[in-house]
Design a protein. Structure first.
Length: 166
């Protein structure tokens, strides 16, 4: 088998394609979360706490270079000038992004689990899933259930007649 054939076989597996779709959707959702955080939540939080700009929250570790003519409290300008700093405002923004993303995923999984639980409950109550339009059908499982049920009906007859041909 050539390398290209092996690669085609690898890509054709559903898990790889599902993962690729998940990564793309995750990246897009991450951008939405960032826009929500930077455009809505952080300005609202800043407004509540007195017009605070989280991007300029930092601790300066090194001296400001000679000839620097920017604002002494502007993180972006100081960083561009090469001043050593700890920018904890950006960290705070990223933590809020993460929390929003985590809550959104939790709520999504909660809904998905409810739907799956409802389907499982319906499966338990349905003897033959092929006869139900709302329960996902597994034809192999239905055939196996029919075989099991047939064997159960034959089992008492063997016990009564005394023949046990196993």
């Amino acid at each position: 088998m050539t390398l290209i054939d092996e690669f085609k076989k690898f890509i054709a597996r559903g898990n790889v394609l599902d993962l690729a779709v998940g990564v793309v959707i995750g990246a897009a959702f991450g951008k939405i979360t960032t826009a929500l955080t930077e455009g809505v939540l952080m300005p609202t939080i800043g407004w509540l706490f007195g017009d605070v700009d989280f991007s300029n929250w930092f601790v300066r570790l090194g001296p400001v270079p000679a000839g620097y003519d920017g604002a002494p409290d502007n993180y972006a300008q100081l960083k561009e000038a090469g001043v050593a700093m700890i920018g904890y405002g950006d960290l705070l923004t990223q933590v809020v992004n993460f929390l929003i993303l985590a809550v959104a995923l939790f709520l999504l999984l909660k809904v998905v689990n409810r739907v799956l639980d409802a389907i499982e409950e319906e499966k338990k109550q349905t003897a033959d899933s092929s006869q139900s339009e709302t329960v996902p059908t597994d034809p192999q499982l239905d055939v196996l259930r029919e075989i099991r049920d047939e064997l159960r009906t034959l089992q008492p007859a063997r016990a009564i007649s005394g023949t046990n041909k196993s």
